[in-house]
Ligand binder design. Structure first.
Ligand code: H2U
Length: 347
């Protein structure tokens, strides 16, 4: 029998994490009698006088959200990172290491209306969100080593508020995911003298097996090494290191990406598709002036759903004790998303 990646078990390497994922395609037809989720619904009013993210409503801090007309940014009233605080004592015991953690947390409201999202905002309105992301990345990047812009979509992903918004956590330290990525991107660059993700984009554009969507500036793929069933990466066709390097052409094209990706996701299981998404680029703060050609700016979407709006993937058992595993092949997941129309379903 000859090996067929769509049928036969194998391991795939994630060069960004230096990790392997087990792919078991023969297992994808197994029946499911475990937990099911409530299908994500989407009926929200345009304005809710009790929602603190709506214009004119008072937040937990007692401050009033102004009557904003585009994007609006405020300091998170429940920040995980504070700018100031007592510092822990250094320890020379290798088993009990502690480090200082400082930072700041903000919330960005995308639009004054609660019943809008990337699928029904105009290009101009989406570009306003992108501009705000870039502005925040620039401002916070001057002070902080890592500026993590991220959005949790849907209650299944821990989103606490239906208003269109995202969060920013900026820190004095490099968190684990980008820290490991930085090490692996650098190793690749040193070995091949080429940014890993630029090389990857070029090869994916040739192979054309995992592309979900592409336009003149960006390509969206289910990465070769994806762990989550419908995980995607948004990669630039022109090499850039950071969000602050994105030019006007890339901005307009990125607005199209944001709109199309969510429409395809929502169409897949006819629901408000839950995910965490965010952006990664070269570290900032002290490293702002450092040349970091090994980095390529990119976006990441991590959705938890597996086979319907109510069945999600659990990262448990073998995956937390040994190694991540997937049943649905990456290529099949990419095809399923690619085939979705670019017009959103209506109920
Ligand atoms: P999530 O939906 O991803 O949880 O983001 C909403 C954020 O808004 C959350 O971090 C903040 C929460 O702390 N928030 C305020 O800062 N003030 C409020 O009055 C409500 C919510």
């Amino acid at each position: 029998m000859t090996f067929n990646p769509n049928e036969h078990q194998h391991l795939r390497y994630n060069p960004l994490k230096d990790e392997w994922v087990l792919v078991s395609p023969h297992r994808s037809l197994r029946p499911w009698s475990g937990q099911t989720e409530t299908p994500p619904t989407e009926e929200v009013p345009r304005f809710d006088p009790t929602n603190p993210l709506c214009p004119g409503v008072t937040r937990a801090s007692g401050k009033v959200t102004p009557k904003y007309e585009s994007t609006y940014v405020f300091e998170n009233d429940f920040p995980a990172l504070l700018q100031e605080g007592p510092e822990p004592a250094e320890s020379d015991d290798p088993l009990f290491q502690t480090k200082t953690a400082k930072g700041t947390c903000r919330v960005i409201c995308y639009h004054p209306y609660t019943d809008v999202y990337f699928y029904n905002l105009s290009t101009k309105e989406i570009v306003a969100v992108i501009d705000e992301w870039i502005k925040q990345a620039k401002e916070l990047g001057r002070e902080y080593t890592w500026v993590q812009i991220f959005e949790n979509r849907g209650t299944m992903m821990g989103c606490s508020n239906p208003h269109p918004h995202c969060q920013i956590w900026a820190s004095t330290f490099l968190p684990n995911e980008p820290r490991i990525k930085d090490i692996n991107l650098r190793k690749f660059y040193d070995k091949y003298q080429k940014p890993m993700l630029q090389d990857y984009v070029e090869k994916e554009l040739q192979k054309r097996e995992r592309i979900v969507y592409e336009n003149s500036e960006w390509v969206v793929v289910v990465p070769y090494w994806a762990v989550w069933p419908f995980e995607t990466m948004v990669l630039p066709k022109r090499q850039i290191q950071r969000f602050t390097d994105v030019d006007d052409r890339q901005k307009e094209a990125l607005a199209q990406v944001l709109q199309t990706v969510v429409v395809k996701y929502d169409n897949l299981f006819k629901c408000k598709f839950p995910y965490s998404m965010g952006w990664h680029g070269a570290p900032t703060g002290d490293k702002l002036e450092e040349c970091q050609p090994h980095w390529t700016f990119h976006g990441i979407y991590i959705p938890p759903l597996l086979r319907s709006a109510t069945v999600k993937k659990f990262m448990v058992g073998y995956e937390v004790l040994a190694q991540a595993q997937r049943d649905l092949t990456v290529e099949k997941a990419a095809a399923m998303l690619r085939e979705q129309p670019e017009k959103r379903f209506s109920l």
